[in-house]
Design a protein around this ligand. Structure first.
Ligand code: G6P
Ligand code: MG
Length: 218
């Protein structure tokens, strides 16, 4: 047990609902390749890097493709994803986020973003939340995606806090695992039967208060 100093947030599915756009773009790609991906299959893609997601999708469809073709498909998916994201603004911030962040500041906690997405800075700009984070770790700053703990370990390093002084907020199975492997207290946002490794589960930030999280984590 230790004094909590920082909250580390995933982006997609925690701050903003881009998880649905990643799913739509991957589904479109799979459909063009002649197969489909379900909502359940998509759970396993959340928090997983772009190329690793593509590998999982191709394996699901029974396809083996060259590196060149895979780069082409990943670029195509990202183009479709960016089309969807380009329409986003602050209205797309998930319910409860603004209130939760004002409580975080009042409690004197530091904040970091821990996202595997290379598009994370762009999305933060679009929704006007860049300034809400003391450190931003995105897909361009890491070499290993979730469930590897690197994204959260780097966030703690940048904030100059110890892992056991951090709480991670995650909607993905891979992200919850990453937070646990980093040695942090993990709040899972979503269904308890999916996020079984999390220390605490709530449906979304709207269903939590900072005090409640601190009292469970400390
Ligand atoms: C997040 C999302 C994943 C996505 C990954 C890479 O972790 O949850 O669905 O594949 O970022 O995103 P990018 O924007 O770099 O393709
Ligand atoms: Mg997520």
């Amino acid at each position: 047990m230790s004094q909590i100093k920082a909250f580390l947030f995933d982006l997609d599915g925690v701050i903003v609902d881009t998880a649905i756009y990643h799913y739509q773009a991957w589904k479109r790609l799979a459909n063009e390749l002649g197969f489909d991906i379900s909502v359940e299959f998509n759970e396993g893609l959340k928090g997983v890097s772009r190329m690793e997601s593509l590998d999982l999708i191709l394996a699901h469809g029974g396809l083996t493709l060259s590196g060149e073709k895979k780069n082409e498909l990943a670029a195509q998916k990202n183009e479709w994803y960016l089309e969807l994201v380009s329409r986003m603004n602050s209205d797309d911030i998930l319910p409860g986020v603004a209130t939760f962040f004002s409580q975080v500041r009042k409690a004197g906690l530091q904040t970091a973003l821990g996202s595997v997405s290379k598009n994370a800075p762009l999305i933060l700009e679009r929704i006007g939340m860049t300034e809400a984070f003391d450190a931003i770790i995105d897909g361009t700053k890491i070499s290993k995606g979730k469930p590897d703990p690197e994204v959260f370990t780097k966030g703690a390093e940048e904030l100059e806090v110890n892992p056991n002084e951090c709480v991670v907020f995650e909607d993905a199975v891979a992200g919850v695992e990453a937070g646990k492997r980093a040695g942090m207290f993990v709040v899972g946002l979503g269904a308890a039967h999916v996020l079984i490794q999390a220390d605490l589960v709530a449906l979304s930030l709207e269903n939590l208060t900072v005090q409640e999280v601190l009292s469970k984590a400390e």
